[in-house]
Design a protein around this ligand. Structure first.
Ligand code: NAP
Length: 285
């Protein structure tokens, strides 16, 4: 069984990115700049933003988390976003989700300039993905494809089943897998909670992508022998962080599987850094 080690792959990609930033800044370019806007003090979000800022600084970026009070109004937040849109030394703006209920997340998302939308969630970037045009791609699906590439596991011509249809994982992942590109070109099926015969469809997958948020849901009743399983799920339980795949049951059944933690999670942050550098390079052209 091949363990799809996202931590090792992310370390490798981050090291290459660090070299690139060092080389470009040595030529006189300012470092890439990333701003993370964090509203309130959600415990999980606090850990995520701390990791993002630390990793960004590690590769040589200017990175700053702006902590905002839970009581901030939507107009104040969007005004701040517009200020960072206009800031020359900032290339990427990320609004950490979830936001408090009184703030409309879509309005904030729309306020971010598509050229600085390093999460790849803005409708302009989503539209570019749909039309196969260049743009900033969502970090988790982009990280999944980078992980497959790292292990030379191409889904081209294969049946890829994506379980989950969220805007941040399932939908963009399905589109990216179907793109006419190397390490894509898959025949894609999207499943969700209303899918009938879920187990049979999953069992026909050469590549199975699990993004439902139900710990240990996918065991060998859902997985073809010799398949590649990418586990996106993250659920915090009393035993720690758990994925959607039943790793113990699948380990000697599959060709390859990503662990949780240490699989897709580190790749998501690595792609945030890649997107920030992509935005940095596009903006200086
Ligand atoms: P989400 O918005 O939480 O939605 C879950 C999806 O799973 C929905 O499309 C839902 O179907 C589907 N679903 C739920 N129960 C199902 C069932 N019994 N059978 C089939 N489909 C079912 O999705 P998400 O944002 O993609 O998050 C999913 C998981 O991935 C969560 O654990 C999240 O924490 C994790 N995640 C991890 C990363 C990472 O970097 N590793 C990034 C993002 C998310 P309906 O649409 O019909 O409701």
């Amino acid at each position: 069984m091949i363990l799809l080690d996202g931590k090792a792959c992310a370390n490798h990609l981050n090291a290459k990115l660090k070299e690139k930033i060092a080389a470009d800044t040595a030529l006189g370019f300012r470092p890439p700049g990333l701003i993370v806007l964090m509203v309130g003090d959600n415990a999980a979000s606090t850990i995520y933003v701390r990791n993002k800022e630390r990793m960004a600084k590690d590769v040589g970026m200017f990175a700053k988390t702006v902590h905002l009070p839970e009581s901030i109004q939507e107009t104040e937040l969007t005004t701040l976003i517009h200020e960072f849109n206009a800031a020359d030394d900032i290339d990427g703006i990320l609004v950490q989700l979830p936001l408090p209920a009184h703030i409309n997340a879509t309005s904030c998302l729309l306020a971010i300039s598509p050229t600085k939308d390093v999460d790849g969630f803005h409708p302009t970037n989503a539209g570019c993905l749909t039309l196969g045009l260049p743009g900033l791609r969502p970090c988790t699906p982009k990280g999944i494809l980078a992980l497959l590439r790292h292990y030379h596991l191409s889904p081209a011509g294969k049946h890829a089943v994506v379980v989950g249809r969220s805007n941040i994982v399932g939908k963009p992942l399905a589109l990216m897998l179907a793109e006419p590109l190397e390490y894509a070109n898959a025949t894609v099926t999207i499943c969700h909670s209303q899918t009938t015969n879920l187990a049979a469809i999953c069992k026909s997958a050469d590549f199975l992508f699990c993004s439902v948020g139900k710990p240990h849901f996918f065991d060998r009743n859902y997985v073809k022998e010799g398949a590649v399983v990418v586990d996106v799920g993250i659920t915090r339980t009393e035993n720690g962080i758990e994925g959607d795949a039943n790793f113990a049951d699948l380990a000697d059944h599959v060709l390859a599987i990503s662990p949780v933690p240490g699989g897709v999670g580190p790749m998501t942050i690595a792609m945030l850094l890649q997107n920030t550098v992509q935005a940095w390079e596009s903006r200086r052209k």
